[in-house]
Design a protein around this ligand. Sequence first.
Ligand code: CAA
Length: 260
Amino acid sequence: MTYETITVEHRDAVTLITLNRPKALNALNSQVLEDLVSAFAAYEADAGQRCAVLTGSGDKAFAAGADIKEMADKPAADFYNEDFFSRWTSHLVKTTRKPWIAAVNGFALGGGCELAMMADFIIASENAKFGQPEVKLGVAPGMGGSQRLTRAVGKAKAMEMCLTGRMMGAEEAERSGLVARVVPHDTLLDEALKTATAIAAMPPMATVANKEMVNAAFETTLDQGLVMERRIFQILTATEDKAEGMAAFIEKREGQWKGR
Ligand code: CAA
């Protein structure tokens, strides 16, 4: 399958998706959404693909936000009727049960920061810059920035960034809990692919279950989350991969996973 605004490659069990509008700093227009929805659906449906990495083409940007040129003359009624921004979360977060990593190689602003925060975690190049500068355009975050950024870095920094449009560098982003790891710029893709390959080698059902549990921490009370965690743990103890994983440990060999 070929796409207009992204490229998709398979590196063994890892799907590498690259936003490919470098001249527009990978700004997110409607076609990017259509392409990503379709690429993520294909990734989710392919049992041979176990982890995905999303990055930006070019040296400068992961994505500099929703496409301002596309939004400039769009009437409010169209934004409301199309409910464009809700489709990002519904397709990339809610229906993608398998893991994916954002490899942020430069600017991740507005919708770009919001897209990165939809990933299970972010690995950032030391050149990465995160921000929610929508206020300067007379609007506000529309793809989750006010909610996910606040949960990631806390009210003080999220509020300051939303009110001033200040960008946060990679080191501060790691210190603040927005990114899992910062790596030298030239090694970003290698590091992200190495991490994705390690995840892809884990028992598939346990991987999806771990993702589901951690995400539940943002949606439930502690008590509800703990009950859910125990129930999923109990279900996993009935899987063939649990029997294999524990036997492999005791026999000092690598496990062979069935995903059941
Ligand atoms: N939409 C459309 N085009 C964009 C863009 C965007 N978000 N960001 C950059 N571009 C385009 C520029 O218009 C320019 O195109 P031309 O060469 O045709 O003029 C090209 O990308 C290169 O950009 P700059 O010349 O501006 O590059 P720079 O190095 O001087 O600055 C930047 C880089 C600081 C990232 C600057 O481009 C910038 O501020 N971009 C906009 C960032 C922004 O406001 N993002 C939020 C968008 S709103 C949003 O995302 C809503 C939401 O929550 C869903």
